[in-house]
Design a protein around this ligand. Sequence first.
Ligand code: HAM
Length: 434
Amino acid sequence: MPKFQAPRGTRDLLPTDRAVFMHLEDIARDLAMRYGYAPIETPMFEGSAVYERGVGEATDVVEKELFRVQAGRGEAERERWALRPEPTAGLARAYVQHGMRTWPQPVKLTMTGPMFRYDRPQAGRYRQFWQFDVEAIGDVGPAIDAEIIELAMAFFGHIGLTDVQVLVNSIGDTACRPSYVETLTAYFRDHEDELPELERARLETNPLRLLDSKDERMQDLIAAAPTISQHLCHDCRAHFDGLLAHLEGVSIEPRLEATLVRGLDYYTRTAFEFYRRGAEGQQQALGGGGRYDGLVELLGGRPTPGIGFGIGLDRVVLALAEQGAQPRAEPWRPAVVVVGADPDDSVVRLQLATELRGAGLACRPDLSARRLGKQLDGAAKAGAHFAVICGDELEAGHVQVKDLMAGTQRQVDVTELARDLLRAHAQHRHGEDG
Ligand code: HAM
């Protein structure tokens, strides 16, 4: 085994894996833009306080999983920064910092990139993973809540992941949650001796988090706990009914899930998660999101509502593989390889390839001094559609074009070459798609 390995819980995305991610990222970006979400990029690390305040101190993500960055000297600098465990808090920080409340509301933003959580690695759970994130800040909903859920479902549809369902719940707001938390606390107090240590401590600091505990010993207790849906205030109930009506309007049938609370503290009202039917375990959420009407204010802005979701691309890739979806062709595969009968004349091959690339073809020259036969073998192995053979005829302005897939060969005028190949390759691809 080599001495140096990628850190535990991370992995290298080799070119074929990276191509699959790129394909998903392209679909994500195009789709989000079609719905009016503008791309943005925030730093991969923020002041730790952004997450401590935004996500919440007594959450798994902050308490156990934050990658704190030690940089600079002295106590004051130490642990001041943290790698982003999720994008929403950083985006809300950016909303406040750049005065986005003066922009037309809601501000619709999208971002895709790596997130970091010091989680126990296992299938579908990594320490560096990728999220496709979408946020609409400045709209109270509930219509936009439905629109954003529909966008996520459209993403799953576009990438060909079948059988995804959305689980929804309302987790109340500052008006109704406190009395629910009291009821919940009383329930867990009655079972205090059955609680694992961390949960017993959390009962004092953040009782709601007991509901998304990953501890096996908690699961029966959680299933029997009182649910927030029985305690919603009038406004939250109306908001939730509005969400359901709008979801119906866009033909989405959610599963109502009274125990869904999500693992981050900033959520209010709408909360949702995406699963494939029959794959609803802890590491199997393909994505999740919800409303966070208090987050912007927590980070120093004015009271501003917001909603968004994050889809875990690593899990999406796993789900696609399980479903037997074929990874796409490798986009760096050349359409054309330029080979030469004179093994020493690589200048001509380089020149022609440069010209063809300039015309928009994926093309590479064989710059080796191998014999022509070997060069042609190499072109076929690389999966090229055409080999352009430079020989003596070049002096008369011609080359041979060999169709490596059809096994045919013809002479083409060099001045016509790029146009000819572009047309022939496009026709072939059209045939493949059709
Ligand atoms: P989250 O539920 O913590 O929400 O993460 C969203 C998705 O990221 C999960 O459903 C899962 O697919 C993926 N994910 C999370 N942790 C891991 C991991 N360790 N390895 C692989 N995939 C993982 C959020 O992060 C919120 N910021 C979503 C949101 C946006 N809410 C409002 N706006």
